[in-house]
Design a protein around this ligand. Structure first.
Ligand code: ADP
Ligand code: MG
Length: 442
């Protein structure tokens, strides 16, 4: 192929084929906005793809480069190097451009793409309020909730909206682990002063997963001073964690109190209706059509966390693209059943017991003993419930693993936990989190 003499039209046609191929190769990362990608250059083994903004460039660079490279090589029959760039001419008016390369925002995590329901209404409203008027509404804003319920999504959305409103606003967004690691590096390299000025001079500081500060005394101390410097200058601080400030183990009293100065808001697991809406939103983002019946089916089947909900949708989409079949209810059922089957096939009671004993800080010997105190019976019953849910073991076998209890005891335990799950959002969230840990540790 003589790329240099290819007519524009021809290049565009080739690019359209590459795009189709790339979508098919990687359905998980395909997004509806791929249609806005444009070919900037295709010659001498180089393909330059123009993207609507920096966030999409980073998303593609990180997640899609391999897929696009394979697609390009397949379509052209040549080795091709793929590069993504912001398409200045094609970019949309009002699109934000991060002022600092440090600010890596996920293009999907915007307020527009966030489905609001009773479980997250307050958290969402507070984030919107803060993005409208940073430093003036809730300061700090502390969002907490179990894993996979949308904390990181909301934090990205605040940054994105703040940038959109005030281009040039200096925002520092990082995970707490990132903060701690950079602090440690600054100490090692002897440039604490530059570390401090970097964090103390921003307009908005966003730290995700601050439970990571637990037991890191020196980082807590540093964070305390960063917090004070920003707060006293009326700068916005936004924090997230998997539990409330008071529940973070060994967090200094003065930090607990500061974290609660503004607004502390919780995200709960989403209701059925919210789950249906989220599935529809995620499908729309990927440019996939699914009917209401299928969205309802997925929402009924998956109630753990939203990441899991998305995973189910992806599994369905993957089956549809690899088999070339349309997404029907039947296809969705087969895809989800085989996904759940594979979880069941690979989970052992030992995995479950390990996760539960770790969470409740009890010993296996206690679970197997005759002890009947609440602190032992609850974890024991949760083990039984999860074993029933995630493995194919019989009631007798489950009872056998937990101190030789008979099948009626196991049945009673399962019913009890099921009931409490239905009326207690905390229990629902705990079971979802344990399920996630158990199934992801495989
Ligand atoms: P967390 O930080 O609480 O663990 P994330 O923000 O990473 O959770 O969310 C996990 C996934 O669920 C993300 O893909 C996110 O977009 C999605 N998600 C969570 N809540 C919502 C929501 N209300 N609407 C749309 N997507 C959501
Ligand atoms: Mg998160």
């Amino acid at each position: 192929m003589k790329e240099s003499v290819l007519a524009v039209r021809e290049v565009e046609n080739i690019f359209a084929d590459i795009l189709e191929r790339a979508k098919g190769l990687d359905p998980v990362n395909t997004r509806r906005w791929f249609d806005q990608l444009a070919v900037l250059r295709l010659d001498n083994g180089a393909l330059e793809i123009g993207c609507p903004n920096q966030a999409t460039v980073e998303f593609l660079q990180e997640n899609c480069k391999a897929g696009f490279t394979r697609a390009a090589q397949h379509i052209t029959g040549h080795l091709v190097t793929v590069d993504f760039k912001v398409n200045r001419h094609g970019s949309h008016v009002g699109e934000f451009e991060p002022a600092r390369p440090l600010l890596k925002l996920h293009p999907d995590y915007t307020f527009d793409n966030f489905v609001v329901g009773p479980s997250n209404r307050l958290a969402h409203a507070s984030c919107v309020a803060v993005s409208q008027s940073p430093g003036n509404t809730y300061n700090p804003l502390f969002v907490y909730g179990n894993s996979g319920l949308g904390k990181t999504h909301l934090l990205h959305a605040v940054c994105c909206e703040t940038m959109r409103k005030k281009n040039g606003a200096v925002i520092q967004f990082l995970s707490c682990e990132g903060f701690v690691n950079r602090f440690i590096r600054a100490i090692q390299e002897g440039n604490l002063a530059s570390f401090q000025s970097q964090f103390r001079t921003v307009d908005t500081l966003v730290i995700d997963d601050v439970q990571f500060l637990s037991e890191r005394e020196q980082s807590q101390e540093e964070f305390f001073h960063t917090f004070n410097a920003l707060y006293n200058n009326g700068k916005q601080i936004i924090l997230s964690a998997d539990c409330s400030p008071t529940e973070i183990p060994s967090l200094e009293e003065r930090l607990i109190s500061r974290f609660s100065w503004g607004l502390v808001t919780r995200i709960d697991p989403p209701s059925y209706e919210t789950r249906v809406a989220i599935v529809q939103k995620k499908a729309e983002l990927r440019g996939v059509n699914i009917c209401e019946e299928i969205a309802e089916y997925i929402a009924r089947k998956v109630h753990a966390n939203i990441r899991e909900l998305e995973g189910s949708l992806t599994a369905i989409y993957a089956v549809s693209t690899t088999t070339g079949r349309e997404i029907t209810l039947e296809l969705a059922q087969t895809a989800l059943e085989s996904r759940l089957e594979s979880v069941v096939r690979h989970t052992s009671i030992t995995d479950i017991i390990e996760a539960v004993t770790r969470h409740f800080d009890v010993r296996l010997a206690d679970l197997q003993s005759k002890k009947r105190s609440q602190s032992i019976t609850t974890p024991r019953q949760i083990c039984m419930y999860l074993a029933r849910d995630l493995t194919k073991h019989s009631l007798e076998e489950i009872g056998g693993h937990l101190g030789g209890r008979d099948h009626t005891t196991v049945m009673h335990a399962c019913n009890k936990i099921k009931q409490s799950k239905n009326c207690d959002p905390q229990m629902q969230a705990l079971l979802a989190e344990l399920t996630r840990q158990i199934t992801q540790s495989r």
